[in-house]
Design a protein around this ligand. Structure first.
Ligand code: IVH
Length: 678
């Protein structure tokens, strides 16, 4: 047998052993024998340079990806609508009964809590693995996904479509998650907040060999193809099993409301004993024709629903209360807790939001409290176990002075939050404002981080954003500071060496090109978020105009109400802020909408709504810009005030219906461009 033939034989044999081990849970040879055969294959591949596309040697990783390529999904990746109560599930089932002529043919599955992935198979070979991304475009992470041994690289049989996408969820079992976090903490890296974040971080690692060591797994739940595979979802999944996919037995056919309710209850009970995270159950209409009839909303199918389980709640003890000062001076109380495991992670802190919540809970020191954590949300305290309270326990009284600068706190009429009014001298407020100024959506100076700001502030070199533009290299080269990492509690050294100083100055210099609307957002005026800042900048055209406007004039601007107007007037009249603006102007920051941005008034007085999928997310942004540059307005919802619905592919049915109901003209991209070019 020649070497190439031996490579082919070993590839097929090893894939068979992998399949039996990882998919069928039925090992045929020992690990040692497997490793010996794999070693032989690897050395033959090295010697001949011949590697089969489904070679198991891809599974051990080794490929380094510097930057993940982008690819378009053949079918957009939608999401599911959520239900939180039996009532909502009943509504869904009633709709299914109506469409199904009083019959229910449903499938229930767990809702896996991981990272969505699309596996593209071409002629039975895994061609690409693409992350969800924005639903239209995602990152190509094939080398990393190939390390997941339950995912077949080559399919068995020949009755599969020549091209299809298999959608699933990449998950990280709790056992691997704990191991990774332990290692990260030992190495001084912040631990991942949950198994989903860890799976997502792992999938984006550049070194696929490291991915291979992390034991990711994949739960598959839907096949997308132009070719018909079977009449129902359930049959399709059973066929996929024959092609070598790991299809678990968690999927169940249900034909009555009772069946569904039983499934939901059973899995809610099971979720705490599973080796991986689920956050609900998914109910799907089984028959594809019926799915088609029920259709889609803009974001999700109408033929499926996710029932989300309530966040897990655990009892623990309050150790102490910290008071954090935000960039606008608002004080947030945070409870330090006796560490406790919730949904697979250790929780040590929980937010108490504000003084009202503390009094509503009637919180006392050393109280035992119920803590809940749901997905990304910061853990919160939901209830106090008053029966477990010591008789002499002291009530938690909200502080009356700022914990950082000792200024007496104030509260605005009608607002629950207490704040420190010492905007100009309270350290966390100053640092927070500078952090906001340099953030991605503002001036985007990514060479400056929280640690460097802390260092420059400590050395008295920056007290407001304008100071950044007057720094000199000789003032900062060689500075260093030890900071404590907020997450791990470990020490980290910030040191400004020549190279980092050069990057820092390049970043500061580049930020001078930031357009006015982002500069306005960067100033951090209370209530002026990203969108409002863009509306205001497009309306007023310059900072000088804005500074001369009164409340009445300001409220004429789209989406600017009295609260925002008052906040702006107060901000622009502060002596300190006027000084900052003047120094930023001196530094060369853009305080005007560039004239060249306004190209025509062809769309004056016309309001557009953009909907659907365009060639890329950037294209959608460009179209928005073209409308504004030519005098038009962009709104997010269709109403009688809308003139045109600019439609890409797959326009949401609700937008289309609203356009038809209001006689709004629906135009495509070409028609729109010819309107501009006329
Ligand atoms: S079916 C049209 N089935 O939950 C979307 N999704 O917000 C069809 N998920 O994007 C998805 N388990 O990433 C489906 N058994 C399951 C699932 C599941 C988890 C994820 C998926 C989806 C998200 C919904």
């Amino acid at each position: 047998m020649d070497k190439i033939e031996r490579i082919k034989l070993l590839t097929a044999e090893l894939n068979k052993y992998n399949y039996q081990y990882y998919v069928c849970d039925n090992p045929q040879i020992s690990d040692y024998e497997f490793d010996m055969l794999l070693k032989e294959l690897e050395s033959l591949e090295k010697e001949t340079g011949h590697i089969e596309p489904d070679s198991p040697s891809h599974r051990v990783g080794g490929q380094i990806t510097k930057q993940f390529e982008n690819a378009k999904h053949i079918f957009p990746m939608l999401s599911l609508s959520n239900a939180y109560s039996e009532g909502e599930i009943n509504d869904f089932l009633t709709r299914c009964l109506k469409f199904g002529n009083d019959n229910l043919d449903l499938v229930c599955e767990p809702k896996y809590d991981g990272v969505a992935i699309s596996l593209v198979y071409k002629n039975g070979i895994l061609d690409k693995a693409i992350t969800r991304g924005d639903g239209v475009y995602g990152d190509v992470v094939t080398a990393n996904v190939k390390t997941i041994k339950s995912i077949p690289l080559k399919l068995i049989g020949d009755d599969f479509p020549s091209l299809f996408e298999f959608r699933g969820e990449i998950i990280l079992p709790f056992s691997s998650f704990d191991k990774i976090n332990q290692e990260r903490t030992e190495n001084g890296n912040p631990p991942f907040a949950n198994a989903r974040n860890a799976a997502s971080g792992t999938l984006k690692l550049q070194d696929s060999a490291e991915v291979a060591s992390r034991e990711l797994d994949c739960m598959l739940y839907s096949i997308m193809s132009e070719e018909e595979i079977a009449e129902t979802h359930f049959e399709t999944m059973q066929k996929a099993k024959k092609w070598g996919f790991k299809i678990n037995d968690f999927i169940k056919k249900c034909s009555s409301i009772d069946d569904v309710m039983q499934y939901l209850k059973k899995w809610e009970g099971k979720r705490n004993n599973l080796p991986f995270a689920i956050d609900g159950a998914v109910i799907k209409v089984n028959n594809f024709k019926l799915q088609e009839e029920m259709g889609y909303t803009a974001k999700s199918p109408r033929w499926a629903i996710a029932f989300k389980y309530k966040a897990e709640s655990v009892i623990t003890k309050i150790l102490s209360i910290d008071y954090q000062v935000g960039r606008t001076g608002i004080i947030t109380p945070v409870a330090n807790l006796e560490p406790v495991q919730i949904a697979g992670t250790t929780v040590k802190r929980a937010t108490l939001h504000n003084a009202d919540i503390i009094s509503q809970l009637d919180l006392h020191y050393d109280d035992f409290v119920h803590v809940e954590k749901g997905g990304e949300i910061i853990p919160k305290i939901t209830k106090v176990e008053t029966e477990l309270r010591e008789t002499n326990a002291k009530k938690v009284e909200f502080i009356s002075n700022c914990p950082e600068c000792n200024t007496p706190l104030q509260q605005n009429d009608g607002e629950v939050a207490w704040f420190c009014p010492n905007e100009e001298n309270c350290p966390p407020q100053i640092k927070g404002k500078i952090e906001h100024f340099i953030s991605k959506k503002a001036m985007n100076i990514d060479s400056l981080g929280e640690g460097t700001i802390e260092l420059l502030f400590d050395k008295n070199l920056i007290k407001n954003p304008a100071d950044l533009y007057f720094l000199k290299p000789e003032q900062i080269i060689g500075l260093e500071k030890i900071i404590i990492d907020k997450n791990s509690g470990k020490e980290r050294v910030i040191r400004l060496q020549e190279k980092s100083t050069e990057n820092l100055f390049n970043g500061i210099e580049n930020s001078k090109k930031t357009p006015f609307e982002k500069v306005l957002f960067a100033l951090g005026i209370k209530h002026v978020g990203e969108t409002i800042a863009a509306n205001i900048a497009n309306h007023v055209k310059s900072m000088d105009n804005l500074m001369s406007m009164g409340i009445d004039e300001l409220t004429q601007i789209n989406d600017v109400g009295i609260t925002i107007a008052e906040s702006i007037v107060k901000w622009v009249n502060s002596e300190n802020n006027i000084k900052t603006i003047n120094r930023l102007k001196e530094a060369g920051i853009q305080f005007e909408i560039k004239e060249q941005n306004i190209q025509s008034n062809k769309l004056d007085g016309l309001t557009f709504v953009i909907s659907g999928v365009f060639s890329s997310p950037e294209r959608r942004e460009e179209l928005k810009k073209i409308i504004i540059q030519n005098g038009g307005k962009v709104s997010s919802s269709v109403s009688s005030k809308t003139n045109f619905l600019l439609a890409g592919e797959n326009v949401g049915p609700s937008k289309r219906a609203a356009a038809e109901a209001n006689s709004v003209k629906i135009i495509d991209e070409n028609t729109f461009i010819s309107m501009i070019n006329q």
